[in-house]
Ligand binder design. Sequence first.
Ligand code: ADP
Ligand code: MG
Length: 672
Amino acid sequence: MLSLQDSVRVLPGVGDKRLEALKDLGITTINDLLFHFPFRYEDMSVRHLDELIDQDKVTLKGVVLTTPVISFYGGKKNRLSFKMAIDEHIIGVYFFNQHYLKSRIVQGEEVVVFGKWEEKKQAILGMKLITPEKNTSQTFDAVYHVNKSIKQQTIIQLVKYALDEYEDLIMETMPKTLLQKYNFISLKQAIRAMHFPNSLQEHHIAKQRMIYQELFEYQFKLSQLKKERYTTETMPIAYDNQRIKAFVKQIPFELTNAQKRVSNDICRDLLSPFAMNRLLQGDVGSGKTVVASIGILAAIDAGYQVALMVPTEILAQQHFQTLSALLDKQGVRTVLLTSSTKLADRKVYLQQLEQGDVDLVIGTHALIQNDVYFKHLGLVIIDEQHRFGVMQRQLLKNKASVNNVLYMTATPIPRTLTMSMYGEMDVSIIDELPKGRQVVQTKWAKVESFDKVLDFTKKQIEQGRQAYFIAPLIEESQESDLQSAQALYDTIQDYYQGTITMALLHGKMKVQEKEDIMNNFSAGNIQLLVSTTVIEVGVNVPNATVMIIHDAERFGLAQLHQLRGRVGRGSYQSYCVLIASPKTQQGKERMKIMCESNDGFYLSQKDLEMRGGGDAFGAKQSGMPLLKCADLIRDVNVWQQVIEDVRLFLKDDTNKEYLLLKERLFDKMELV
Ligand code: ADP
Ligand code: MG
């Protein structure tokens, strides 16, 4: 009995060696092989001479002018050559080590050659000789991912065998209603057309189906995971609501409605007997920290510990200050644990954490070391979550006694993507900035007007404000025309002639040095800070009103927006100047968009539409599923549709198709 789960060993020509080679490609069963789709197709249609580009692989058709000549050299090597006429032109044709083709090349007859075009020699380096009658219409040859031990041709042959023998076993996996709704071809037809399309059109139709199917199955799994989470019980975190209310009352400002709403989301999660798995999204400056503090206090009030992990020392330091200021009065015992924590202190902290003598620990990767234990960790918070890998997040989660995780991000992911990308999480969005927050005025300037920018900055500083200047690189390198932070620092210092207190901050500095500088900047002792992008996340100095970004075209929209978010944090009007001379249309477009909008979500949507910006707003971050045909960004519209379809489909979970799908996909339930 044949089965799609048969080992590829059953195919002709597959012995131990090929079995290994196929395994390296992730192929062990017939089914794997059938789903090993080509990643592109070679266009085998005949081309005109005037559309050729040097070194392109092309198909040419002509008449054989001269009898092929074979020359042998260097042992077994040989070269077959002849001249071919294409209209009025004469080109050379060479085949290396394929002298056996000679009998098929007859003077005066038509011939079709696929190979590499050599512009200088006006010759084609033949790779394949094609029988003319086969090449009358457009043809496409599949190109597969291969490795050293297995050739294209072998894969093609194996897929052919597999299709011929097993094709009839390919069962439909998509629900009937959806097949009908979209008029999809059957899976069987689609798989054949993915490998051996007769036309571009046919390939397109097959691919559409496969894209839909992949997204459908992905979305199905997400929904399933979410559903499971709601049925996995954990200890509720039972805090005293009156106390939390009292705490919120004494915060020195009124929470925005959005902050209230998401705080409620978090508290509700804590109280519920199901694990919290929530993503808190809020643009820079939207006030996520204070929201976190509410969750933190609730967990601690209920007798649990809380761990807050952040990607950088500076950010850890800053959260430590902010949260201590908010929570010390509440009797919360907080420690800071990073890689620069002194060994003796670290030892004490670890002991306190293990014995439950510390309530809140704020730290970097230092928190996920093996020797860090908690007495009863009840809430894990991960800030700038996309900066951490899946494993790192998991490591911290594993230390918890009660599995509640809150992820925070200032990377605004387009709404269209959020729901789907984080489908297994609940999502809370802070979509409102605190009252009285000024909109940062953004201007785009050419390098030539840098003096004007400096004069403007000086005026701001004279009014008591502070400024950031961002340069992308730290050391002057010859390959790169990026202005180094050091050179920028020197230029600015020359210009101001010592009238302004400046400092330079870069990634290669010692942590202590960085901290000293940031503390001095916070305290107002430093008026102007020249920095590399190390200040990117989290830095909060409300008195800073000027952000000048050099070589702005080098940054993605997401990063520019993050950097700009360092100003406009207080009540003063703030400014951002993008110094850039972009060469591409898209580069110019991006500068314009930055000047137009302060809304991270709008920017992320634009970024999505423009794509290729190099930073698809977190969409490329870890946690993305491995999809073969579909692309979550390119196919976002299909995905939208899929989400709706899955929702409807799941409404009826007595549906036989649903049960079948669940069974089939169940062992592949993990997403990343
Ligand atoms: P982010 O969301 O970027 O992490 P923060 O939590 O650092 O933002 O908050 C940015 C600044 O806004 C902080 O100085 C904070 O004290 C202040 N802030 C937060 N919420 C409010 C509010 N509701 N009203 C006024 N200021 C607020
Ligand atoms: Mg923050």
